[in-house]
Structure formats: structure tokens, C-alpha cells
Ligand binder design. Structure first.
Ligand code: FAD
Length: 563
């Protein structure tokens, strides 16, 4: 069903077993698991899918080696396992990521780690090589026998400087271990949604629909595109509103205080020398006060982040001049000979981690674990319980969703029928693993569809095995390369519009493709796309102009991109 059909069906039948509020990764993961287990479930998202905290991540599928010193062993073990599963289940988007830690001290942090573990020390500080070695040994142990990624290695100063010639010569050595890179997290989110809807005809997800209130047996939804209201009568509500969880509970009459979010920002720079200097490695390090910084290879650009600053209202998060200075200064500390400046920034973004409210003295000490908080109608006149999903990470969304689904199934009196541990995601289904497999697949697909190999290679890189259905779709009508996006054709975009729930122009630029994040957007591109998307979505000239204005204003206000 398309958006209008889902909304029309809701008017006739407002009853649904589960309503999920929030289409970030935690809402989406739970939606998929419930759908897979035969539950009729509706997910509503006030903006686009994965446009909140889930759009602000550092793109890492990681166990969180740093959390070991807070004593969060369960969390790290779970996250490492989930990282391995993501590498297996979504190999088209999640790739092994060699991660280098430049080390400037031998002993620092040796006492801090146990002291912090026992709650005696509050101040973080830069770790020395011995503490890092111990942490990485534990991390390797958690990776287990599966060995989806190689074990860590320690390199001497000489070897480190031979491998990374621009690295600060003041280093003592480097440690290299493996995590995963989630190259296009927002696409992963949409593919999960589409999988769920494909699996269960009674599972529906709507973007641009807000939960605005509720009482007794009903919830009121508002269609943000038309301002129409709809009633839904759920048996259970799952509040997956991330950093907005408490605001959402307030709309239902609960005054919860679950979230104590911290803001994190990133910049994306176009700096060919820095990009060459890091190779395919992420550099992950601590500054002198123990805060984590990463320099991450993102296609032909470099992603640099992140901060960790307490914030009251998630809508206020934006990347500040101080944060940018901080990122540039730290990049200079690691690669002093490279001059990375404000001028190299092509994109910036900021978001709020939905962390549990905490009395920890520093942001880095707040637990990164997740939990389900249950509110029930004893406090309000609601006739259904509300589960709030507090915390969580991209990496461990599947495990968190599984825990929420188990609880929801028990509440609904249903048995689990399927689980998601080894379930491939979207274009990861049938992904070739053997050497030369991708090349062979492209050749046979090219022979079968007549689409050029080079074009198929691009589609395969973007969509994994979904490239097969896209290539078939390309043949279904007149196709041509767009003037301002030479590596996209008209029908590829039409495919995304028709199959991936695009409502606004910025959905395509910011979340279904990497154009905005990699700094490829031009004003002409925005205008050409308004025409292409508008013709397909039935926009008139005024709506097309409004979409252009909306996109330009989001780009400048939220991402520092002035066109
Ligand atoms: C700076 C930063 C870096 C991070 N880096 C990593 C990383 O490298 N690796 C990793 O694993 N994790 C990382 N994380 C953590 C991870 O991104 C988040 O924990 C995760 O995305 C939270 O997802 P969520 O679904 O709970 O929240 P969100 O993604 O925020 O989703 C909640 C959604 O609810 C919607 N909503 C709110 N109110 C309503 C309403 N009334 N009606 C309808 N919809 C509503 C919002 O629009 C939003 O889209 C990072 C987070 C941040 C902020």
C-alpha cells in the first residue's frame, strides 16, 4: 500500500495491535521484528525515517571499547556480537573498518581505568599504551571464535610512521583493531522498513505523521503533509522517539524524565591529502581530557567528530564554531603537517544521543546501555501501556529490538516465530561472498538486462543485491542521465521515489543518497531534482518552488551548506 492507501485504511480500521512512535533505528528495528512475527503494527515518524539521532551517528558499528572502563562489559559483549552480525547481514552497507589509535603516552590511564571502574575517579584522561593493550585484548576475546574481523596489532613508532607518513612524529606507537563502518546508515534504516512491510501485509510505516496526543483507548495522529488528523486504537504503544521520548510521553499525560541527552556534532571535509594520509583507516583517539575524536574515511571525503555535550532540548542541537575549532585542532594534533581549515568543510551535522538521565559527572561516563521503561494507565486515563525505548546504539539496534519485541509479544499473548539474528537486510540478501562473485554477478546481470557493467557496478555499490530489481526497473521506460547528477539516471530516482517513501526533496538528498553529506549538492541540482521528483509526486510549480526553498534552508541552517 502507498501512503494514501495506508491512511485511508486507518480511517476505516483504527484498531492496531502495536503503534510505534518514532522511525529512528530503534523504532524501525522493533517494527521489523514485530512484523516478522505476524503482528499488525503501525509505525509513525514525524519527519523522515532516520532523520533524528539516527542521522547524526559517527557511522561506526562498534563494540565501544571505551565503555569497558565504565565497567559496561555486558554492553560491549552485546555490541561486538551485533557488530559481527551487521557485517554478516548487511555486507553491502557495513564494511570492516581498520581503526588506528595513535598513542602518545605509555602509562597514563593505567590507574584511571580500575579507579573509574570502582567509581573512585571521575575525570577522564588520555589512555596510555598499556591500558589500550588490555582493552583490545578483551575486545578481541569478545569477538569470539567467529573472527569476522582480524585481531588487533600494535605497531612500533617506526612502523607507524612508515605506514602513515603524515602522522605526528611525537607518537610512541599505534594500535590497530577492527570495527565496522556503516557507510549509509539512513539507507540501512529504509531497507529494514521495506523488508518488514514485504514480510507482513499488516505492517505499515508512515513518515511525516506525528503522534500529537491521546486519551482512553485512542491516539491522535497528524499527517504533517496535509494537517489531517487520524485516530488509532492500539493495544500497546512503543515510544521510540529517541531524544524526544519525554516530550512524547508528555503528549500522553505522563511526566517522565528518562532522557539526559548529549549533543554530538561532526564535520565532513574535502581534503585529498588528509584522505590519502588516512587510507582506509579510521583514526580513533582521545584528546588530553579523555574525550574521543575520530577521523573516518567516508567515500572520497573525511568525517571528523564528535563532541559529547549535555543538552536540554534536542531541537536546539547544531554544530557550533567552538566544536569546529575543536575538531580542526585535534586533526592538527594527529596530522600536524596537513592544513585542514574551515574552508575544507563541505557538510556538518549534529544530533542528540538519547542517553538515560544520569548523575554521572562527565558525559563520557553516562551509560550507553539501553532499557525499556514501562508506563501504564494507572497514572493517566490511557487503557494501554507505553514502553519507552531509552538509549541504544545503531550497532546494537537488533538486540534492543529483539528485547522489546519479546516483551511486546508476551504482553499480546503471542509466541515468537522467527528471529533476526542471521536475517540478511535489504540488499544484503544473497550478497556474493566468494572472490570474484560480485564481478560475475555484474556480468550476468549486464547480459540479462542490457545495462552497462559500469552502471551496474555503481548500482551494486549503492544498493547491494537490490541492484537487480533497480536494473530491471531501468529497462521499464525511457531513461537518461540527469544533467546535474551524471552518475544518476532518471529511472533510478523514480525507483527510489516509488519504492522508498520519499515525500520531500531533502529525503532524497540527505537520506536516500549521499549527495548532501559528501558535499556534491549544487543549486542547479536542487532545481533539476525538484522537477524530476515533482513530476513523479504530482507537485505543481508552486510546490516545486517551495521544495527548493525548504531544501536550501535545511542545508544552510542544519548543515552549514550555503548554495
Ligand atoms: C553524535 C552521535 C554519534 C553517534 N555515533 C554512533 C556510532 O558511531 N555508532 C552507533 O552504534 N551509534 C551511534 N550513535 C547512537 C545512535 O545514533 C542512536 O542511539 C540511535 O540512532 C537512536 O535511535 P532512536 O531510534 O532511539 O532515536 P532517533 O533516531 O532520534 O529516532 C526517534 C524518532 O522519533 C521521531 N519522533 C519524535 N517525536 C515524535 C512524535 N511525537 N511523533 C512521531 N515521531 C516522533 C523523531 O523525529 C525521530 O526521528 C550516535 C549518536 C549521536 C547523536
Amino acid at each position: 500500500m502507498n501512503r494514501n492507501e495506508i491512511l485511508a485504511a486507518l480511517k476505516n480500521k483504527p484498531e492496531v495491535s502495536v503503534l510505534i512512535v518514532g522511525g529512528g533505528i530503534n523504532g524501525i528495528g522493533t517494527f521489523r521484528d514485530l512484523a516478522l512475527n505476524g503482528v499488525d503494527v503501525l509505525l509513525v515518524e514525524k519527519g523522515d525515517f532516520c532523520s533524528g539521532a539516527s542521522a547524526a551517528s559517527s557511522h561506526m558499528a562498534h563494540g565501544g571499547i571505551r565503555y569497558l572502563e565504565n565497567g559496561e562489559f555486558r554492553l560491549v559483549r552485546e555490541a561486538v556480537r551485533e557488530r559481527n552480525r551487521l557485517l554478516q547481514n548487511a555486507p553491502h552497507i557495513v564494511k570492516p573498518l581498520p581503526t588506528a589509535i595513535p598513542i602518545f603516552k605509555r602509562f597514563s590511564g593505567l590507574l584511571n581505568a580500575p579507579l573509574k571502574f570502582f567509581g573512585i575517579l571521575d575525570k577522564p584522561s588520555e589512555r596510555g599504551s598499556i591500558v589500550i593493550k588490555l582493552g583490545l585484548m578483551m575486545y578481541d576475546a569478545y569477538t569470539g571464535a567467529q573472527r569476522t574481523v582480524p585481531r588487533h596489532k600494535f605497531y612500533s613508532r617506526k612502523k607507524s610512521l612508515a605506514q602513515w607518513q603524515q602522522l605526528n612524529p611525537a607518537i610512541l606507537n599505534t594500535a590497530v583493531y577492527y570495527d565496522g563502518a556503516i557507510l549509509q546508515p539512513e539507507r540501512l534504516g529504509v531497507e529494514l522498513l521495506l523488508d518488514a512491510e514485504g514480510e507482513n501485509p499488516e505492517a505499515h510505516a508512515l513518515n511525516y505523521v506525528s503522534m500529537v496526543g491521546g486519551s482512553e483507548d485512542r491516539i491522535i495522529l497528524r499527517d504533517e503533509l496535509t494537517d489531517d488528523n487520524y485516530d488509532v486504537c492500539p493495544k500497546l504503544v512503543i515510544n521510540a522517539a529517541g531524544p524526544w521520548i519525554d516530550f512524547t510521553n508528555r503528549k500522553l499525560g505522563f511526566s517522565s524524565g528518562f532522557i539526559g541527552g548529549t549533543k554530538g556534532s561532526h564535520i565532513v571535509v574535502q581534503h585529498d591529502e588528509l584522505r590519502r594520509a588516512i587510507g582506509e583507516n579510521e583514526f580513533f583517539f582521545e584528546n588530553e581530557d579523555g574525550r574521543i575524536v575520530l577521523i573516518f574515511p567516508l567515500y572520497d571525503r573525511v568525517l571528523i567528530g564528535t563532541s559529547d555535550i549535555p543538552i536540554e532540548h534536542p531541537d536546539e542541537a547544531h554544530c557550533t564554531e567552538e566544536e569546529i575549532d575543536y575538531f580542526l585542532k585535534l586533526t592538527h594534533r594527529i596530522f600536524p603537517s596537513l592544513n585542514v581549515t574551515q574552508e575544507h568543510i563541505v557538510f556538518q551535522f549534529s544530533g542528540v544521543r538519547p542517553l538515560p538521565r544520569s548523575v554521572a559527572k562527565t558525559a563520557s561516563q553516562i551509560s550507553r546501555d539501553h532499557s525499556i521503561e514501562v508506563l501504564s494507565g494507572d497514572w493517566t486515563n490511557l487503557r494501554f501501556p507505553v514502553y519507552s525505548l531509552v538509549g541504544g546504539k545503531w550497532t546494537s539496534f537488533r538486540a534492543f529490538s529483539e528485547q522489546v519485541t519479546d516483551k511486546a509479544l508476551a504482553y499480546l499473548g503471542l509466541e515468537r516465530q522467527k528471529d533476526t539474528r542471521s536475517l540478511p537486510i535489504g540488499g544484503g540478501r544473497g550478497y556474493p561472498r566468494e572472490p570474484g562473485g560480485i564481478k560475475r554477478l555484474i556480468e550476468s546481470l549486464s547480459a540479462w538486462t542490457g545495462v552497462a557493467r559500469e552502471r551496474l557496478r555503481i548500482l551494486f555499490e549503492r544498493y547491494g543485491m537490490r541492484a537487480e530489481s533497480i536494473a530491471t526497473y531501468l529497462n521499464g521506460g525511457t531513461d537518461f542521465v540527469l544533467k546535474t547528477l551524471p552518475d544518476f539516471t532518471l529511472r533510478e530516482i523514480l525507483f527510489l521515489v516509488h519504492h522508498e517513501k520519499i515525500c520531500h526533496l531533502d529525503d532524497f538528498l540527505l537520506r536516500r543518497s549521499m549527495h548532501a553529506m559528501l558535499g556534491h549538492v549544487t543549486r542547479e541540482m536542487v532545481e533539476e531534482l525538484a522537477g524530476v521528483l515533482g513530476n513523479s509526486l504530482g507537485w505543481n510549480a508552486e510546490q516545486k518552488a517551495a521544495e527548493v526553498r525548504r531544501t536550501l534552508s535545511i542545508l544552510v541552517d542544519r548543515h552549514g551548506v550555503r548554495l
